[in-house]
Design a protein. Sequence first.
Length: 387
Amino acid sequence: MKYNFDEIIDRKKSDCIKWDATQTFFGTEDVLPMWVADMDFRTPRFIIKSIENQLKRAVLGYTFAGEEWYSAIIQWLKHKHDWEISKDSLTFVPGIVRGQAHVLQCFTEINDKVLIMSPVYHPFFHVTTQLHREVVSSSLCIENNEISIDFNQFEKDIKGCKMLILCNPHNPGGRVWTENELKEIAHICYKNNVLVISDEIHADLTLPNYKHHPFASVSKEASEIAITLMAPSKTFNMPGISSSYAIIKNEKLNEQFQTFMQAGEFNNGNMFAYASTAAAYQQGEDWLKQLLQYIQKNIDFTEDFLENEIPSISMIRPQASFLIFLNCKNLNLAQKDLEQLFLNKAHLALNSGTMFGTEGEGFMRLNVGCPHATLQKALEQLKSALR
């Protein structure tokens, strides 16, 4: 089946954050939204049908995770990532960020230090500080539009920390960490008694020629300290369902987390969460393959457009996901002026680079998970603004 990712879907007046909350977040509705990390593509029909089938039962009752939910996840992870997990190691969580909050509450105490590798997805900071844990920031290296880890600095920064929140693959830079890099992270954390939350929500959006490695799968040390958080939400454009899951191989940690989740009934999903996840993993491979090809073309188009039409702006080429970190440092603008250029001159709503940490100064994050016509319009507006 051929899927139409060029279709323009009117999302306005649906109470979606991306299109209907620009007045709240940017102070204007006169912008083309290219910010929130969901896609403007139609959620695949097999997801919608799984929800329709639940509605046809005519009773919106309490629902539990059945065998289909477990088996779909287990088979998908084995097939896509060559990672074998057991049913017992799986726990439903109502969203990745909520999952991070639950993990922090379960395994850390107030004032414990939590390491974050910055620049990184901004809720890593917010969740940690709002729960009264101390954020320790370890800067990633950004040179020649490539992201890397200074392991000497990382090993110094991890001292005294109770937990690391790892973004694997990385957001906003789109970096797919190599197996050796993940092994080194695991080794340093293991010998310093640091647990690792591995946020792998973008795992299935790893682009052609790159391979995602689940952190817990790279070594025995990683398996002993990892709490992995995954979801079909980004991949199949269904974040509004709030369906995610945690995987913990260490039996002691797993028992502790499941007890915590059961105590507050945090591990209970809604009736649509289980069915849609199973449908995504059972029926979504062909759709995903076509999606990644389309996203790859949008990334190629963006790179070519910048080189030929806006050479003062470059980009970190993502190895995963539909998010591009634009390097605007050659414009020599203060971050506030850069934000105003995009907002008031180009009439574009993007995430400011400093939202992801001070290391993001001079950057803006662009969402290319949209029809090609929308992306072209956005880049043309940016080109005109820079004139």
